[in-house]
Design a protein around this ligand. Sequence first.
Ligand SMILES: Cc1ncc(COP(=O)(O)O)c(C=O)c1O
Length: 424
Amino acid sequence: MTITPNSWQLARRAARMNPSAIREILKVTERPGIISFAGGLPSSKTFPVAEFEAACAKVLQDDPAGALQYAASEGYGPLRERVAHTLSQQSAAAGVPWAVDPAQVLITTGSQQGLDLVAKVLIDAGSKILVESPTYLGAVSAFVPMEPEVVSVASDEYGVVMDDLQTKTANARFLYVLPNFQNPTGRTMNEARRAAVSALATERGLPLIEDNPYGDLWFEAAPPAPLSARHPDGCIYLGSFSKVLAPGLRLGFLVAPKAVYPKLLQAKQAADLHSPGFNQRMIAEVMKDGFLDRHVPTIRALYKAQRDAMLAALTQHFGSMPAGDVALPAAPADTRLTWNRPDGGMFLWARLPQGMSAQDLLPFAVAQGVAFVPGAPFYADHGDARTLRLSFVTPSVEDIHCGVAALAVGIQKYAASLQAIATL
Ligand SMILES: Cc1ncc(COP(=O)(O)O)c(C=O)c1O
């Protein structure tokens, strides 16, 4: 018998693993010379290289056998303790005490693995799961192979809309939420919405998956306390070292209630036995003595300056654009680009005038030397084709100004092409 491509019978779930729409778009936008607002990467300027160099040497000196040996699936004890301590401290400071026990902390290979473990442990074929609209595409990619029914909950500038959530909780396995500086919209759930979601989840017995990789990157004030602090037995909290230290180490964590922790741990064991022990020790070494208290403010200052530059450039190029400049033949009421003002994180969300599509705009923008990610792929149901995600963390302030100017020209050329088609 010879092996042919047809000899490989793929599992049903494999058919549901598709190349990320965004990865495909990024390939187009990664040409040299393009100013990219498209990427989702943290700025490499923020990586504490010297500290990692010193920590690497120290870890190998102190306990080389321990650092290089197989290790516990739960994670490195001192790192779990530090995570528990930091979360407890932060929630107390935000006014909602949450006594996180290190025994509830599971160190994961990035928070992306946390999402994968959640999918394996909580989703059966046909299970209903609720997500924000739009939501983090990487989470949907982790959930979808388990064959759930993914239901989008209508969302506004503060996250899920309560009236819609009320109608959708029946038989849902969980609601996946990103309360802080959400990817892709940059929005933050305010205190009132957190209290309402938490109260409804408690009343209905709806588990929450709270994903918080950006929460430390606030610009003016720390965000309200996590949902998990209000509802600890009903939440799995996901965190990450990617945005405050370095994503290349692939380390994150989850905090889970006793009822599900053992299963998540078993799924973790099956997936990779444990996250790299050497990396965990390096991070613990770097973090000791309060390093993050000094380091994270420098990331906030850098990103805030860049967010401010993007807001200023948008106002300069679009704020004063008279209605009609990019008006389309149907003469819609809203003819201007609009955008939000994220209070932290890495992304800003914008919407094109009525009748335009961000996907169709992209080649016009790339021709002007600037790239972004269209927003539609971030919706689990029918996407809003007019939306786009702009990352402000990797380009310099100067490039942000040039890139937004190029975007304005791209939009005008795109609008002109639509006018031309309409007058044919
Ligand atoms: C909302 C969200 N969750 C999870 C992740 C995964 O992060 P990591 O696996 O690097 O911790 C990302 C990455 O960008 C993200 O934006």
